[in-house]
Design a protein around this ligand. Structure first.
Ligand SMILES: [Zn+2]
Length: 218
């Protein structure tokens, strides 16, 4: 059996709408785009982070209902291709599009090597990479590393989460980020411990500012 190059491409990057599964070359059909955009909040929060290491939080959805299901599918059910839908929905919004253009470094929240082996992809990296390509902002994956493998934050309570995430990230090549406006990208914002811990480590590089973009906030 001869497998054509195009078939391989279609298996790796299916030409379907990531939400409903219908054939669609853009990765998101019109109906699902309207549905997603209807659920989107496109919020930018500038206050409430006085005790945090980042400045602003940008979130696209509330972490509930259909969105919760879609993100869990994306993260745990091997539907890696869904990042295309999410990024389309993010960049479709004029306010968010303008806002994202103000950064000069994009950094995804890293996962451990063990998690990478299990899952096969870093869900935040896929989103970060697509945004970086679309907006032509450098993606920096050589600066922030997760050096310890820990229990999934979602399996722990509020107190345990804070403890669990301590000292698991490490900064390398900090000079790249010096005086830069960093956009840190994660999938879900719950207690904010993960992005805050990442931002704390990134502050060692003395960037100009660090903002956070997440798909959904609970
Ligand atoms: Zn669809």
């Amino acid at each position: 059996m001869i497998i054509k190059f195009i078939d391989v491409i279609n298996i790796l990057f299916p030409q379907i709408c990531g939400i409903c599964g219908k054939i669609n070359k853009d990765g998101l059909c019109n109906q699902c785009r309207i549905k997603l955009e209807g659920l989107a909040q496109y919020s930018i929060i500038c206050e409430d982070f006085k005790n945090k290491y980042f400045n602003e939080l940008i979130y696209i959805f509330k972490y509930e209902g259909l969105i919760r299901k879609l993100i869990l599918d994306y993260k745990f059910n091997e539907k890696s291709y869904m990042y295309v839908c999410f990024v389309k929905c993010i960049l479709e919004n004029e306010k968010i599009y303008q806002k994202l253009q103000s950064y000069d470094a994009i950094i995804p929240v890293p996962i451990s090597k063990k998690r990478m082996k299990e899952r096969g992809y870093n869900q935040s990296l896929l989103i970060a990479k697509k945004i970086s390509q679309s907006l032509k902002i450098p993606l920096q994956t050589n600066c922030l590393f997760k050096t310890k493998h820990i229990i999934e934050q979602s399996k722990l309570n509020k107190e345990q989460r804070k403890e669990n995430i301590q000292n698991v990230y490490e900064l390398k090549n900090g000079e790249i980020l010096n005086n830069k406006q960093i956009l840190l990208i994660d999938d879900i914002y719950t207690t904010g411990n993960t992005v805050n811990e990442c931002a704390k480590i990134l502050q060692q590089a003395e960037p100009k500012k660090i903002d956070v973009l997440v798909l959904a906030k609970d």
